[in-house]
Design a protein around this ligand. Structure first.
Ligand SMILES: Cc1cc2nc3c(=O)[nH]c(=O)nc-3n(C[C@H](O)[C@H](O)[C@H](O)COP(=O)(O)O)c2cc1C
Length: 418
């Protein structure tokens, strides 16, 4: 950290966009709002470029006939490329979906004007292709900005530049560098498709970094930092380690059901996690400002961000508008807590009631949970957890009411109930 570094949540955002960017080939048909597209294109236009030559143009291709022509050409080239692979790999190659030209609502051709501001450009005297490198930097900015906007990008390179020039009317001195498909997607996979399919392995960083000269491994502290935890497992350990790493992602836990114990169970985890030095955020969606033991204790704990944001919902005689407003404010706070990644565990206490009364949009909740930073555990409590939430969860426990002191007229007790 130094005075020029970003605040923690910005830094995390940058690294999350990098880690969660994927090449996408399947798209939803929703249009991309012009405002969002312009932000993404502006990210492209802010890329570094050799001698500040900014050699790029962005051709937004929406016309269906034009896209169909590009599609047909790519399909032809895709089939032609199969012969480059060994016989046993050809079928696997042909089964891969390698573009979503027709599904994506927008195709984008990023070009490089090889004569812009030329012929003399600072830095381009010896390496003439630095203009193309600059255009690739613009493409990467687009890819990352789109990911941050929840929009998938697929790079399609199985085509002849001259054919693309012909179809899009691109002059001869301008090189079409990237043909991209852009659109909203169902979900972004964690792994690159070609890694998941076993086509090629993901290379380990410590094998790629050299010190001073080609092939010389880095020494000292850097070597340890580059290695993934528990490096170089024996072949026999690999599967187990993979499974272990898989398990170490953030979980979605739901405590639901009619019985008492949902918030209590979540608070038990808070106690355990704080004991481990983890940071915990709690948003209480329904409970009002009345005193509870947990709220009083929370005020004394440094690693616990405890927010009581409900209005004590009772339904009868309540002003629903006020509750809806409180619920939405609480949800915004919860979303910010989750996406910042600053807390290891975020508890959404009694969120389910806000979903039940439609104060908060379930689709928005699902998206925020799906897209949370990988390490963040989220615990949701409350009765009537909706199916979509149950489907997404890793752990669901239903509290069953077998007996309750209320039924015998015994009132709520300090330390047990509040
Ligand atoms: C220059 C370039 C061209 C690419 N061309 C294609 C393509 O024609 N079709 C395709 O399915 N993916 C293409 N990709 C995507 C890569 O396959 C993908 O980036 C890689 O497998 C890693 O996956 P990830 O981007 O999801 O991390 C291209 C990527 C780059 C950088």
């Amino acid at each position: 950290m130094n005075s020029n570094s970003f605040p923690q949540s910005w830094r995390r955002g940058v690294y999350e966009a990098i880690a969660r960017r994927r090449d996408m080939r399947s798209f939803l048909s929703h249009p991309i709002p012009a405002e969002t597209l312009s932000r993404i294109l502006s990210a492209g236009n802010q890329a570094g470029s050799v001698g500040f030559s900014q050699p790029w143009n962005f051709i937004v291709v929406e016309d269906e006939e034009l896209r169909a022509s590009v599609h047909d050409h790519v399909e032809k080239e895709r089939a032609r490329a199969a012969s480059a692979f060994s016989a046993e790999r050809q079928q696997q190659y042909l089964n891969f979906k390698l573009h979503g030209i027709l599904e994506a609502p927008i195709n984008l051709c990023v070009t490089c004007d090889r004569e812009r501001f030329g012929p003399a450009i600072i830095g381009r005297n010896t390496i003439r292709d630095t203009d193309i490198y600059s255009t690739c930097a613009a493409v990467q900015n687009i890819w990352l900005a789109a990911r941050a906007e929840g929009i998938g990008v697929g790079w399609v390179s199985i085509l002849e530049p001259d054919e693309l020039r012909r179809l899009l009317g691109i002059p001869p001195h301008v090189l079409p560098v990237a043909y991209l498909c852009l659109g909203y997607v169902e979900r972004f996979p964690e792994q690159p498709m070609l890694a998941a399919a076993g086509w090629l392995p993901k290379l380990a960083l410590d094998q790629l970094v050299f010190s001073n000269r080609w092939g010389e491994p880095p020494s000292g502290e850097l070597t340890d930092k580059l290695r993934p935890p528990a490096t170089a497992p024996q072949e026999s350990e690999r599967t187990e380690q993979h499974a272990h790493t898989e398990k170490r992602r953030g979980l979605i836990v739901i405590y639901t059901g009619q019985g008492k114990g949902k918030t209590t169970a979540a608070l038990g985890i808070v106690f355990r996690a704080l004991g481990r030095g983890l940071r915990v955020g709690v948003v209480q969606f329904i409970k009002g400002k009345w005193k509870t033991g947990e709220r009083l204790f929370a005020a004394t704990l440094p690693n616990l961000d405890f927010r009581v944001m409900g209005q004590g919902f009772t339904w009868e005689g309540d002003d629903l508008g006020a509750h809806r407003k409180a619920a939405r404010e609480a949800w915004q706070a919860a979303k910010d807590l989750i996406s910042s990644g600053e807390h290891d565990i975020v508890i959404l206490d009694e969120l389910t009631y806000c979903l039940l009364y439609d104060f908060i949009d379930i689709a928005d909740v699902i998206t925020a949970l799906r897209e949370r930073p990988v390490h963040v555990h989220v615990i949701v409590t409350g009765r009537h957890a909706p199916q979509e939430l149950l489907a997404l969860a890793d752990l669901v426990t239903e509290m069953t009411a077998i007996k309750h002191p209320f039924d015998g007229g015994v009132p709520a007790q300090i330390g047990i109930d509040f």
